[in-house]
Design a protein. Structure first.
Lengths: 164, 507
């Protein structure tokens, strides 16, 4: 059962403000560089006749520039920031993404009702205070509502079950 | 003037058509509901319900989306006053005096004052919209592409730097949003940009998917299994909602001042409703002869910020509808919905679609009256709803996000986009990047590119066109002042304050 797998204490990583600053700077310089590189390939053109790559080059350079400025400003400040959002609970995040992706994977193959059920049960299971029973009940309720609602009323263009 | 009144009258005839009226009521109710629920912002709700608008005509679509926006502003006050829940940033400041009033068993009166102040301020905001918009449209007919581009530049810069958190980080996410807006097929050359070989991306990034990822999934990813404030409301009865004569007398001037603050800030792009309410509260405490009462249940501390939030909300629509330049992410989303429906935003919108513009204005009034009337008897229901736990709420919201984003274009690929932007958004929150500017950039990106391209074609590639034209020059100068101001503020600020450690809440 995944319950035992994830039942350890929440994974909390407090992030040092300086490290955050440097990481942000690095990411921005990389993204900015990538955008500039792509822009040059699309064709920059001239001021009078801007090419498809003109604005990407402008925006990309600015992103890299802002990244460097953030690195200069925050990379030196030796401060520890405490932000309530400076951590992500691994179990919650994994299950939320699994729920979202399960909807895509199941809805076209197994049908809408199983997809709804899987999506809700997985997402609900990401919350440590939800019991297996609660998660199953919530998912069953939504599967029933969606099955009836989209089966009789609105047509989503997705099969309800794999046999229909 | 007379023309405006005549047009407004026409607007009412549009707004009361059943097909429009019912969607307005629906939007207002949903907005009110999510405003009450902790952890569901107006922006996330707008994003989730955006796909619903694809199958209905443009007027009811815009009436509904706008209804959600101002409806949520009414709902947020309820949570703030009765439960001390600052889950909706614009109402965080209302908690300071609203909750102490609840503890003194005067929560009903505080709610009543909040409703009256809100309605009054919204009405003033609407009136300003009615009379100022046509003037602005007249002025805007002189604007060339260079002027529009410069106005957008100022709007983007203001949106990036005046939100809370580090201005540099705001600029960074604005730029990322601008790049996101360029993804897809370039309209002029047909070049595919930033599609990574994915055919599904050739139409660009889907607005709904972007918003739901950033404000829905990312929010859940960073909130799950973190302690949330506990709700324990006291009972509030219908007849408690009537404020006393003394309350009304005390609240009258603060209400006027709050409305003035909200209106002034509404005209300024990039200033969210949150900063507006904080300023209104600060002013009220400054002018009060008994500032020591603030924080302990001063009714003025409820009336003024609520009024400010609501006049700001209405005035916010002016630049969006008249110039096609949204002042904040919610307006960007509404503008995005207009574009999806094939309505070209800009100064010509009011003349091309008078039914849309005047119908919207009239629906504001209808919606606000409905909110006043509905809120009072429904308060008991809202309080019950506040007790729906987050652990049931978020899996349900994720389901609706999946169905909604799929239904928008009958394309399952869009759900991958949602998941992708959810992860991007969570990463941004962890690295203390504000998310709201991304949407502003996304919507303005293609428009900015188009206007710069046209301006430079007209000027034969001469960059001085942006400072040679008077209107453009004013906005370029204002942008420059904004940047200089930020640099000066940074240099002068005490060093310990440099990395803003305050949590970044999205407005």
């Amino acid at each position: 059962m995944p319950r035992t797998l994830f039942s350890a204490a929440p994974v909390v990583r407090s992030v040092n403000a300086q490290a955050t600053g440097l990481l942000s700077a690095l990411l921005l310089v990389l993204i900015g560089g990538g955008v500039v590189f792509a822009g040059i390939r699309y064709g920059v053109g001239t001021l009078r006749d801007m090419g498809a790559g003109f604005m990407p080059v402008v925006f990309g350079s600015l992103i890299a520039l802002v990244g460097i400025l953030i690195g200069l400003v925050e990379g030196r400040a030796n401060l520890v920031g405490s932000d309530p959002r400076s951590s992500v609970d691994l179990r919650g995040a994994v299950f939320i993404l699994a729920g979202t992706l399960s909807f895509v994977l199941l809805s076209s193959s197994a049908g809408l009702v199983p997809a709804v059920f899987a999506c809700v049960v997985l997402a609900a299971f990401g919350d440590r205070t939800n019991s297996l029973k609660d998660a199953l009940l919530l998912a069953a309720a939504w599967a029933a509502v969606c099955g009836v609602g989209f089966g009789i009323g609105l047509n989503l263009g997705l099969p309800l079950f794999w046999w229909s | 003037m007379a023309q405006s009144i005549h047009d407004l009258w026409y607007g009412f005839s549009v707004a009361i058509q059943p097909g429009n009226f019912l969607w307005c009521v629906f939007g207002v109710l949903i907005g009110n509901l999510v405003g009450v629920l902790p952890g569901m912002g107006a922006l996330a709700t707008l994003a989730i319900l955006l796909p619903l608008t694809y199958s209905i005509p443009v007027i009811p679509a815009i009436l509904m989306l706008s209804g959600i926006f101002y409806g949520s502003m009414y709902g947020g006050a309820i949570g703030a006053i009765l439960l001390n829940l600052p889950s909706h940033p614009p109402h965080a400041v209302t908690c300071l005096d609203g909750y102490p009033l609840t503890l003194q068993n005067r929560g009903g009166a505080a709610l009543g004052i909040a409703m009256i102040a809100s309605f009054f301020a919204a009405s003033v905001g609407i009136l300003i919209m009615v009379f100022v918009s046509p003037l602005l449209v007249d002025a805007a007919s002189q604007f060339g592409p260079a002027d529009i581009a410069s106005i957008m530049l100022l709007g983007l810069l203001a949106g990036a730097t005046m939100a809370r958190g580090s201005p540099l980080r705001g600029i960074a996410t604005t730029l990322l949003g601008l790049v996101c807006g360029l993804a897809g097929t370039d309209t002029t050359s047909g070049t595919l940009r930033f599609t990574f070989g994915l055919h599904d991306l050739s139409d660009g990034i889907e607005l709904g998917a972007l918003c739901m990822g950033l404000f829905g999934i990312a929010d859940f990813l960073t909130h799950v299994n973190h302690p949330t404030p506990k709700a324990a409301p006291g009972p509030v009865r219908f007849r408690d909602v009537w404020p006393t004569r003394d309350d009304l007398k005390r609240s009258f001037l603060p209400m006027l001042r709050g409305t003035a603050v909200g209106t002034a800030f509404g005209a300024m792009p990039g200033t969210g409703p949150t900063i507006t309410t904080f300023i209104a509260y600060a002013i009220e405490r400054k002018v009060s002869r008994t500032p020591e009462r603030f924080g302990k249940g001063a009714i003025e501390g409820v009336a003024s910020p609520e009024a400010a939030a609501h006049s700001k909300t209405q005035v916010d629509f002016i630049p969006t509808m008249t110039l096609g330049i949204p002042g904040d992410p919610i307006m960007a989303l509404i503008l995005g919905a207009l574009i999806i429906k094939g309505v070209q935003p800009g100064p010509q919108l009011i003349t091309d679609h008078p039914d849309l513009f005047w119908g919207l204005v009239a629906s504001f009034w209808i919606g606000n009256i409905l909110l006043m009337v509905l809120n009072m008897p429904l308060i008991g229901v809202w309080v019950k709803l506040l007790q729906v736990p987050f652990r049931f709420l978020f899996p349900t919201a994720i389901l609706f996000i999946c169905i909604g984003v799929y239904a928008a274009r009958n394309n399952l690929f869009d759900i991958y986009q949602v998941a992708f932007f959810g992860v991007v958004g969570a990463a941004c929150l962890l690295l203390r990047f504000p998310l709201a500017p991304i949407v502003l950039g996304y919507v303005l990106g293609p428009m900015l590119e188009e206007d710069i391209r046209r301006a430079l074609t007209i000027s034969q590639g001469d960059l001085t066109t942006f400072i040679g034209r008077p209107i453009s020059a004013i906005f370029v100068a204002a942008s420059a002042v904004l940047i200089v101001f930020q640099i000066v503020a940074h240099v002068w600020a005490p060093k310990s304050m440099v990395p803003a450690t305050a949590p970044i809440l999205d407005e």
